[in-house]
Write a protein that binds this ligand. Structure first.
Ligand SMILES: NC(=O)c1ccc[n+]([C@@H]2O[C@H](COP(=O)([O-])OP(=O)(O)OC[C@H]3O[C@@H](n4cnc5c(N)ncnc54)[C@H](O)[C@@H]3O)[C@@H](O)[C@H]2O)c1
Ligand SMILES: [Zn+2]
Length: 372
């Protein structure tokens, strides 16, 4: 059954609301092309994708669009986080300019979170902004990064330090695309599902616990359900707080403050996937929650979440990743306001809250000798 969710955003000068289509059936590329042609501008189409996804999935999506008479140009970037750079964004813009894309163009980000963040960023700056569509192909992108309109690239100084809020006009989730995904990338996506469960959906947490082995093995029907439930949570939160102003959307950063620091540090030796770093970051956040409120529920939740992450084949060796040098990266977290940062803690599954915390306190709790 194909499901349709709506991201309803406040109307200002224009209506930026859009649909997320979760399509679990074979033949999704044709239905995607029909939807795009019915709802979006009729100019040339610029697909942003990476080497692996272009090999596995570009043909059927580009083919379906061409079969409807559309002109399609593809910008293929190398796999991996390294493609989220200003240099790469400039190259993609240059190639689309040469292909003759104009204000009526549609950019399609076909791939994982890297391609989604890069493609969305390009769409927001090319010709001062053109329409774009997300076609997420990793579990992480399907459950998280494709929805919400946060785009961006990295700087040497840190992750996602340059970017825009630029909402897609459509998110089309072809769940069958996950069949070619590696076990490692499937697990990385499951980390963000665990995050959604912890901050907003206690029932989803027990579902994950009950069916961890099936999730890990990539059971198609289960993945479709996890994608749908995650998108519903993300759509609701983003609709309430598009630009992370009220604090509602900030709750989605659960596990990301320390997670980003670990992810950046990991790129020097053993690069972690974003989702893997988030798994470690969630354990760090639970430990910090326990440090801030020893009587709260985080103490009991920490081993429960560690067991689930382990069952999902995600890393749990937090201490091996913690060092003063790594945690120093927390201080440049862009979400910091003043001397404290808004840190997301979860005491009870399904509810999260923001506590103001000086970065130094995070260091103390995570590295403190008597806190282990
Ligand atoms: N904008 C947001 O709100 C948001 C949210 C979460 C994460 N992110 C960003 O997302 C990025 C991580 O995304 P990711 O984990 O999807 O990584 P990714 O985009 O690098 O994809 C991981 C690997 O999977 C391959 N791949 C993609 N789809 C495939 C498929 N169907 N079959 C086989 N291989 C496939 C890719 O080529 C790549 O090698 C990070 O940069 C992170 O910052 C953004
Ligand atoms: Zn994330």
């Amino acid at each position: 059954v194909i499901s349709r969710l709506e991201v309803t955003l406040p109307k200002d000068a224009s209506d930026r609301s859009y649909s997320i289509v979760v399509d679990p059936d074979p033949g999704a590329a044709d239905r995607f092309a029909a939807e795009l042609c019915a709802r979006l501008p009729s100019g040339r189409i610029g697909v942003v994708t990476d080497d692996t996804v272009s090999r596995l999935h570009l043909g059927r999506f580009a083919g379906a669009l061409r079969a409807r008479g559309r002109r399609v140009a593809a910008a293929v970037v190398p796999d991996g986080e390294g493609s989220k750079s200003l240099e790469r964004a400039a190259e993609v813009c240059e190639s689309f300019a040469r292909e003759g894309l104009d204000r009526g163009a549609v950019i399609v980000a076909l791939g994982g979170g890297v391609v989604g963040d890069l493609g969305g960023f390009v769409a927001s700056i090319f010709l001062r902004g053109v329409a774009y569509v997300q076609v997420p192909t990793t579990l992480l992108a399907q459950v998280d990064s494709s929805v919400g309109g946060k785009t961006g690239v990295n700087l040497p100084a840190g992750k996602n330090l340059v970017g825009t809020f630029w909402q897609p006009r459509l998110v089309y989730v072809d769940v069958t695309a996950l069949q070619t995904l590696s076990d490692r990338d499937r697990a990385a996506g499951l980390a963000e599902v665990v995050k959604h469960a912890l901050i907003a959906d206690a029932e989803l947490l027990t579902l994950l616990e009950r069916r961890a082995a099936d999730a890990r093995a990539g059971d198609p029907a289960l993945l479709a359900e996890l994608v749908l439930r995650s998108c519903a949570i993300k759509a609701r939160v983003v609709g309430d707080d598009e630009r992370e102003l009220t604090g509602a959307r900030a709750l989605l950063n659960f596990g990301h403050t320390v997670g980003h620091a670990i992810e950046s540090a990991s790129h020097k030796s053993h690069p972690l996937r974003h989702g893997e770093a988030v798994a470690l970051g969630m354990l760090a956040a639970l430990r910090i929650g326990r440090g801030v409120n020893p009587q709260g529920g985080a103490a009991a939740l920490e081993p429960r979440v560690a067991a689930l992450l382990q069952a999902l084949a995600l890393p749990t060796n937090l201490d091996a990743w913690l060092s003063a040098e790594t945690l120093a990266r927390v201080a440049v977290d862009k979400k910091r306001g003043g001397d404290t940062l808004g840190f997301v803690v979860v005491d009870t599954p399904g509810t999260a809250r923001l506590v103001p915390l000086p970065p130094l306190r995070i260091h103390e709790i995570l590295l403190g000798k008597n806190e282990k």
